[in-house]
Design a protein around this ligand. Structure first.
Ligand code: URA
Length: 244
């Protein structure tokens, strides 16, 4: 590939807008092949340049993939007049073009993929693919004694909607309450809450811990995000059948 301007390369690497990366370069935050470069017009080889921003290696990835541990209290939207959104948790220079894969309720926390890859998002959310989603819920109230059996057979919700067969595991039980893990292969509106209601309980806390083959990083605090590793991206692409 022909040599290109450093500011253009950094913008391609999604480090920020052209203007933002020019400011980063001028302030000495960018090193190429071991030397700090302060001229945004410096020419570099995009194939071989080892680019560090604030000491962090920047590698070319045409699309961006983040794991967010969604906190409660923010809505799954890119922009909203009245509520804080999941995209609001990202710095402005990263936000452009990003969206959430699927949706979690405002009071649900846990694994949410934020990307600019529409094809992968579509594949993961396609009802035909039945991608598994695993949730852990804190439940109040007494669940039906055959709750797991009803869920496995395909639970009927209170409004008559019939769910696909799913898996319910009681992780721990206490007086008038339980912690449960539930694995779904579909994503109906408020599905976990409605399933638990149909079984006689109330969800008081809900967290998604897995999407397809990808698990929420237990070291990622609520409200934090990080780029997916290459292995995690492959897992997700395999889940969506984008690669096999
Ligand atoms: N089921 C729910 O009830 N809420 C969510 O946010 C996700 C699944």
């Amino acid at each position: 590939m022909p040599r290109m301007r450093l500011d253009k390369l950094l913008a391609h690497l999604n480090c920020g807008s052209r203007k933002e990366v020019q400011a980063m370069i001028r302030s000495g935050r960018v090193a190429v092949d071991g030397a700090v470069l302060t001229d945004p017009a410096a020419k570099v080889d995009p194939d071989t340049a080892q680019v560090l921003l604030d000491g962090q290696a920047q590698t070319y990835c045409a699309q961006r993939y983040y794991m967010l541990n969604k906190p409660t209290g923010v809505i799954t939207a890119s922009r909203d007049e009245r509520h804080d959104t999941v995209l609001g948790l990202f710095p402005e220079n990263l936000r452009r073009g990003l969206f959430a894969v699927g949706r979690l309720d405002k009071d649900t926390e846990g694994l949410l993929i934020i990307t600019d890859d529409g094809a992968l998002s579509h594949a993961l959310m396609s009802p035909a693919r039945h991608v598994c989603k695993i949730y852990e819920a804190e439940v109040e109230g007494e669940l039906a004694p055959d709750a797991a059996g009803q869920v496995a057979a395909g639970l009927t919700l209170r409004d008559g909607t019939v769910c696909l067969p799913a898996h319910l595991e009681i992780l721990s039980q206490r007086e008038a309450g339980a912690r449960v893990r539930i694995t779904l292969r579909e994503g109906k509106y408020h599905q976990v809450k409605r399933m638990i209601a149909a079984l006689g309980g109330t969800v008081v806390h809900l967290r998604r811990v897995q999407l397809g083959g990808l698990r929420l990083d237990p070291a990622l605090p609520a409200g934090a995000f990080r780029a997916l590793t290459e292995e995690e991206l492959v897992l997700l692409q395999q889940t969506g059948d984008i690669i096999s």
